[in-house]
Design a protein around this ligand. Structure first.
Ligand SMILES: Cc1cc2nc3c(=O)[nH]c(=O)nc-3n(C[C@H](O)[C@H](O)[C@H](O)COP(=O)(O)OP(=O)(O)OC[C@H]3O[C@@H](n4cnc5c(N)ncnc54)[C@H](O)[C@@H]3O)c2cc1C
Length: 460
């Protein structure tokens, strides 16, 4: 059987891996809109988290399999339709992630100085579409809306000492901008309380131990919490305990390294968590062009635990900041009118990855489950989808007697539309060029950020 996977992030690669491993006769073709593979492992995961990117080795193994092929530089829904892919393959798996970001929906959102986390992350990670972002880092205070790991990633990148970033694969352009950044204070603002934060302990601990940056937590935010977490699940308990300990700790108890750097720095950097504040408006400078602050509604919590709701108390608070980053989540987009889409939840309606009402069509990853969860979560749900495909093949739901040409059929469609796919060995040339460029600077790689340059490099 011939299987097609749309999207080359973790979901696409793990789905392909599982199908290839458990069906000796299956062939899997992976389509990707960018020339380069790996989705958010390359463009989301922070540059100072290289160990997370090790999954790329497993994906590379999969891609090198004789029964697997990679076709980059092909945007499904534009260059080739899902219906055309369904004609060419026995099964089609949609794994195209969550390409949109959720908007705040408040006045001032479009002022200069306000950016989505998605764009900011894409900027320092070399995502081509975000290379012109040129965020203005000339202010001292940045405010991040959101209490998730992405918010912590951004805070860490904004406050990291340059020497720690220099040896990562962060783009040269963003490194230069960060070198002249004036940002020395970052607030992470959440609508709910300390018991509802969405980040994990590893990322929080990293932030607390960040050399040269001082955590500023308000002890009052944490009073009485010891009791509330007595019966909480262990991860929530440990995470909350770490926040409490940090909030109550005197500066003298900081690690030696952190202390030394703080002492050295003329203007120490700091970061903090603010709770129960919901953004109401980004406030403009007098010329009306830039952000100068934010007005937030104070909230109280109704209910407890994960389901607690933030309700405005009627009080407001204004905070000065020249940079506002909204990190309130990603969103999937419908990619083809032929595919059902739940606009409310921002996912493709499915059961165990089988797209509702469309036999032979599947989904995995963020587009299946919503844009939450780490790579392991995505791996598990991709294996679940792959299992559904394998079951359907076995019981004959998918008619494999019908011959399907796979890429053979798609190739002529793409050629007629002037689209030239990038193969995995093409990618390996781009990869080698990036690694070579990084070498001189002691970086794992210097990412090529212009797709045209990538294509030139491989002679397209
Ligand atoms: C900023 C950030 C940091 C993160 N850091 C970590 C971390 O440190 N550790 C961790 O475990 N997890 C991390 N995650 C989570 C992890 O990245 C996700 O769980 C995972 O990438 C989701 O996989 P996916 O394949 O569904 O989506 P994606 O990784 O987004 O892959 C989707 C792919 O589909 C392609 N595509 C989109 N539209 C089309 C189209 N029309 N045609 C063809 N191709 C298309 C995209 O270009 C992309 O390559 C992070 C996420 C973000 C946003």
């Amino acid at each position: 059987p011939r299987v097609c996977v749309v999207g080359s992030g973790p979901a696409g690669f793990y789905t392909a891996q599982h199908i290839l491993k458990h069906h000796g006769g299956a062939r899997v073709d992976i389509y990707e809109k960018l020339p380069v593979p790996f989705g958010l492992v390359r463009f989301g995961v922070a540059p100072d988290h290289p160990e997370v990117k090790n999954v790329i080795n497993a994906f590379t193994q999969t891609a090198r399999s004789e029964r697997c092929a990679y076709y980059g530089n092909v945007t499904v829904g534009r260059d080739v339709t899902v219906a055309e892919l369904q004609q060419a393959y026995h099964a089609v798996v949609l794994s195209y992630g969550a390409e949109d970001n959720r908007v705040l929906g408040i006045p001032g959102e479009n002022l200069s100085g306000v950016y989505s986390a998605r764009a900011f992350v894409g900027w320092y990670n070399g995502l081509p579409e975000n290379q012109d972002l040129k965020p203005d880092l000339s202010c001292e205070t940045a405010l991040i809306l959101g209490h998730g790991n992405v918010a912590l990633d951004i805070a860490r990148i904004l406050l990291s000492p340059l020497h720690l970033l220099r040896k990562t694969d962060i783009t040269d352009g963003s490194l230069a901008a960060l070198a002249s950044s004036k940002v020395k204070r970052v607030w992470l603002v959440g609508r709910r309380g300390p018991l509802q934060v969405a980040f994990t302990i590893k990322e929080l601990r990293e932030m607390i131990n960040l050399p040269g940056a001082r955590p500023v937590l308000n002890p009052a935010d944490f009073t009485g919490l010891e009791n509330a977490i007595k019966d909480a699940p262990r991860p929530r308990k440990r995470l909350t305990e770490l926040m409490i300990k940090t909030a109550l700790e005197k500066p003298g108890e900081q690690t030696m390294e952190a202390q030394a750097v703080v002492a050295q720095a003329a203007a120490p950097r700091e970061w903090g968590l603010k709770f129960q504040r919901s953004p109401q408006e980004v406030l403009p400078t007098t010329d009306g062009r830039r952000a100068r602050g934010i007005r937030m509604a104070l909230t109280r919590l109704e209910g407890s635990g994960d389901s607690a709701k933030a309700v405005p108390t009627g009080d407001v608070e204004e905070l000065e900041c020249g940079l506002v980053l909204s990190s309130i989540g990603y969103r999937s987009l419908p990619l083809d009118p032929a595919v059902p889409f739940d606009t409310q939840r921002g996912v493709i309606p499915n059961s165990s990855g089988r797209v509702e009402g469309v036999p032979g069509l599947y989904c995995s990853g963020w587009v299946k489950r919503g844009p939450t969860g780490v790579i392991i979560t995505t791996m598990n749900d991709s294996f679940d989808t792959a299992q559904s495909v394998l079951e359907d093949l076995q019981v004959g739901v998918l008619d494999t007697s019908a011959s399907r040409e796979g890429f053979g059929a798609v190739e002529s469609i793409l050629r007629s539309r002037g689209v030239r796919p990038v193969s995995f060995s093409d990618w390996e040339k781009i990869d080698a060029a990036e690694v070579a460029r990084g070498k001189a600077a002691g970086k794992p790689r210097e990412k090529i950020v212009d797709p045209q340059e990538m294509l030139q490099l491989i002679g397209h």
